[in-house]
Design a protein around this ligand. Structure first.
Ligand code: 5GP
Length: 180
């Protein structure tokens, strides 16, 4: 990261308030769609680390149906800002017969989620949906079916609200980009 780049030079894309409102809408939609689930059959929210951790924490508090939580580590990006084209998965999740909702920060090429859904589908979950905060439809190379999208954005590199720029800026309360 260029040391002259500071949070002050970040161009905001979505303010904290805009994100908060949209996350509340997503939580309401998910709660409505899964309203028939009881504590015996809770919704299984699987958060994809690291970028979705802030989104998932806020979203979870807007969901009113019974839920259980777990986390999945996947990476298709290294230090560079381009997709490496291969996905590494680390998990020991049991999703058979569960209603699963994957919580993702950004769907870009679709490679990561295609890989994850292919893997988890082998266990035959009762349902397997995707909720992403951001979607870059112009970057898609691998088709994925997204049930809930926060915002569709252009194909540019963004960060903040849990999403990093070379591991920095995850703590920003808004989402932005460097306008270089
Ligand atoms: P995909 O496999 O869909 O190409 O990439 C998905 C993952 O790439 C996301 O979960 C995220 O970690 C990373 N990614 C894609 N676009 C961006 C971006 O604009 N900023 C950051 N920090 N990561 C991104």
């Amino acid at each position: 990261m260029n040391t002259t780049e500071t949070a002050a030079s970040v161009t905001p894309l979505f303010s904290g308030e805009t994100i908060r409102n949209r996350v509340a809408e997503l939580g309401a939609a998910i709660s409505e769609d899964f309203r028939n689930l009881g504590t015996a059959e809770p919704l299984f929210l699987i958060t994809i680390l690291k970028g979705a951790f802030v989104f998932a924490a806020d979203l979870a508090r807007c969901i009113t149906v019974p839920c259980t939580f777990d986390f999945l580590s996947a990476s298709s990006y290294g230090a560079a800002k381009i997709s490496s084209g291969s996905v590494t998965l680390r998990h020991s999740l049991s999703v058979a017969n569960r209603h699963v909702l994957l919580i993702e920060d950004i769907v870009d090429t679709g490679l990561t989620l295609q890989h994850i859904t292919d893997e988890l589908s082998k266990q035959q979950p009762a349902s397997l949906g995707i909720c992403t905060l951001l979607d870059k439809p112009a970057a898609r190379k691998h088709p994925v079916r997204i049930a809930y999208t926060g915002f569709s954005i252009p194909d540019r590199f963004v960060f903040g609200y849990g999403i990093d720029y070379g591991e920095h800026y995850r703590q920003l309360p808004f989402i932005g980009f460097f306008d270089t």
